[in-house]
Unconditional design. Structure first.
Lengths: 329, 325
């Protein structure tokens, strides 16, 4: 095993495991709820990609900020939004983190540094850079993280945001989640060079690494370096995480025609949670009992979250136009 | 006559014109082999291949800007943007370039570019997928803006878009895509700037578009049973706007209500109202009334989303008030 893994205590390792399982179990329930018609809007799951949010956010403080995507449940949960608030929001309830105003693609919880999931591809990169600018101007050591998919890499927002962060040495960590497809478009058809880290190093002069996004320790290690660098005032970096989504682009969508069953199955064998679990056991960093205890705890949290969401009230229609301005007109 | 869906009708016009005009090509995310997220190009890739059905990366500014150059140089691009909120990323290309090229070139360059896709509130799509924005395009000189309400109109207006030389914003309400209706098999065009009097009546005029039009029609039937005859007008295009048909109707009824799903301020209703005041003031027996969607970003939860657009009761109430004025 790599030396970096020794740096983490059993507690830290189990915490990473716990975050991943929390994301997985929450989304399994959300997907089920969607099938039952209880999630009224769109729902893009993060199943298969949990190691990235878990590995990155474990390096963040609560006052650090995260800008997320349309596939943001994992980022929200890893940043510390409660499963209750995520579940309630997807169910359209007043107790959700956006008070029922947002749903899956508009999760906001600035109290814990979740500055929004997004229905639009691209803005997370620019807004992440902007938060870095704020922190630099304010003389703060806070760090900003921008998550985005391979689909955003071809977008102007990527090139403009990365370049600005680079020329102004902003305390930002850009995390590219390359799951090989943007909806059903293979990344190889969207770009002639899929090596995002290499492109960013060469074209924009920014530190950038490429890691196995299904290896939570590899992500954690890369994020630790990047966050430490940003916090110390040494500028931005990018982490390219190679990963794969195991469910359809969005719940209720077809999942055939653009990728093969074999491909999906080969990635299922590399499930980040199962892989990490066996590593923990093989390396004797945790025993079955400890892992089972985490799973049981998470199962209870998620069941409670769904109950909470289902029993919560829908928002009062009179609040539909609240909060457009800083003070109500 | 056979019945097909709204989406099929628009696609039929596209297919017919693509067969005749080799300069037409479509760009957008998922419109190639996949046939479009909303089946707008289903079956066309097999016929015309990737040069004419160009699947793109997520680059709205990129493909809108690129299509501007293409339209300037002899081809006829159709930008299939899926959901209108997405092309806001290309607003500079739209408002500073596409709308001004013919003017800047003193008419020597044409701008036969079509921007088509979904708009509107429904299905808990929330605020990044529920926009309308068409009043903005009416405000800017240089756009044609079509909002078909029926499969018949979708086919005829699409053909007009594909045979004209101006930029056209062609908006399809997401709740109408699977609506079926009679559509002739042969090709036909519906001229821009020609409203449809969808229902005639002498007691009040109601102007409405797309989904709101469907609601207004249903309510008009109810009111007819109470003895009130409502004239319902569908402008079909809001730029150009057929104000003459509206004025004629108001001349007859003396009362006007404009129902529009999107925002009131500086909107279609404000414009129609001002034009009727300027050109038909003496015909009015009551103040012109407007009914609009709430002036707010679109919320997600059904209990919120459900109250921000004019519903059956609100529309019926507004018409009754107008009749009672
Ligand atoms: C500006 C914009 N264009 C198009 C879309 C529609 N859309 C939503 S997700 C998506 C694909 C995103 O792919 P990627 O960034 O790789 O993220 P992934 O879904 O793979 O996690 C697209 C095209 C959008 N949300 N915003
Ligand atoms: Mg992707």
């Amino acid at each position: 095993m790599d030396s970096h893994e020794l740096a983490l205590s059993s507690e830290q390792l189990l915490a990473l495991y716990r975050t991943m399982v929390l994301i997985r179990r929450t989304e399994e329930q959300l997907a089920r709820a969607h099938q039952m018609g209880l999630v009224p809007g769109p729902c893009h799951t993060y199943v298969g990609e949990e190691a990235i949010a878990a590995g990155v956010c474990a390096n963040l403080r609560q006052d650090d900020v995260v800008f997320s995507t349309h596939r943001g449940h994992g980022h929200a949960l890893a940043k510390g939004v409660s499963a209750r608030e995520v579940a309630a929001e997807l169910l359209g309830k007043a107790t959700g983190c956006s008070q029922g105003r947002g749903g899956s693609m508009h999760l906001f919880a600035p109290e814990v540094g979740l500055m929004g999931t997004s229905g639009i591809v691209g803005p997370s990169i620019l807004q992440g850079a902007g938060a870095g600018y704020s922190f630099k101007l304010l003389g703060s050591d806070r760090v900003s993280v921008a998550f985005f998919g391979d689909g955003a890499v071809s977008n102007g927002a990527f090139h403009e945001g990365i370049n600005l962060a680079a020329i102004w040495d902003l305390p930002v960590v850009f995390v590219c989640e390359d799951n090989m497809y943007a909806t059903e478009v293979p990344f190889r058809e969207a770009t002639r060079n899929q090596n995002v880290a290499e492109r960013v190093r060469v074209s924009y002069g920014m530190n950038a690494v490429c890691v196995d996004g299904n290896d939570v320790l590899a992500v954690h290690e890369a994020a630790k370096v990047a966050v430490t660098q940003a916090r110390a005032g040494n500028g931005p970096s990018l982490i390219e995480c190679k990963t794969y989504r195991l469910r359809p682009h969005a719940e209720g969508m077809r999942d055939g025609g653009y990728r093969t069953v074999d491909e999906v199955e080969s990635w299922r064998k590399r499930d980040p949670i199962a892989t990490f679990r066996s590593e923990l056991l093989v390396n004797k960093q945790a025993d079955e009992a400890a892992i089972d205890a985490v799973e049981e705890e998470v199962t209870i949290i998620v069941a409670d979250a769904m109950d909470f969401g289902r029993s919560s009230p829908f928002p009062d229609p009179a609040t539909a136009a609240d909060f457009i301005f800083s003070a109500q007109d | 006559m056979r019945e097909i869906t709204y989406t099929e009708a628009a696609r039929e016009a596209l297919a017919e014109q693509m067969a005749i005009d080799p300069s037409i090509f479509v760009v957008g995310e998922g419109i190639g082999e996949r046939g479009g997220n909303f089946n707008t190009t289903l079956g066309l890739y097999e016929k015309y291949g990737p040069m004419r059905l160009r699947d793109t990366p997520i680059v709205e500014r990129g493909f809108v800007g690129m299509c501007t150059g293409a339209a300037m140089t002899g081809t006829r691009p159709v930008v299939d943007f899926m959901i209108v909120d997405f092309i806001l990323d290309s607003i500079g290309e739209l408002f500073n370039q596409i709308s001004k090229i013919q003017y800047m070139s003193s008419g020597r360059i044409k701008m036969p570019l079509i921007l088509r896709g979904c708009f509107g509130i429904g299905g808990a799509a929330a605020t990044h997928h529920s926009g309308s924005y068409y009043p903005l395009f009416v405000h800017i000189p240089g756009f044609r803006v079509a909002l078909p309400s029926t499969p018949y109109d979708a086919k005829g207006l699409m053909r007009t878009a594909l045979t004209g030389d101006d930029p056209v914003l062609f908006l399809e309400h997401k709740l109408l895509l699977n609506k079926r209706g009679h559509v002739p098999e042969e090709a036909y065009s519906i001229p821009f700037g020609q409203a449809a009097v969808v229902r005639s009546g002498g007691d009040a005029t109601v102007v409405a578009l797309t989904v709101m039009l469907q609601k207004v029609l249903a309510i008009s039937e109810e009111l007819a049973r109470e003895g009130a005859e409502i004239e319902v007008i569908d402008p079909r295009t809001v730029a150009p706007l057929d104000i003459d048909t509206i004025l004629e109707s108001v001349h007859k009824t003396g009362r006007l209500l404009i129902v529009d799903e999107t925002f009131g301020p500086c909107g279609i209703g404000a414009e129609i109202s001002a034009l009727v005041m300027e050109n038909g003031f003496d015909d009015l027996d009551a103040p012109i009334a407007r009914l609009n969607g709430m002036h707010t970003p679109t919320p997600y939860s059904p209990t919120l989303e459900g109250v921000i657009t004019p519903d059956h009761a609100a529309i019926a109430g507004a018409i009754r008030n107008l009749l009672a004025e």
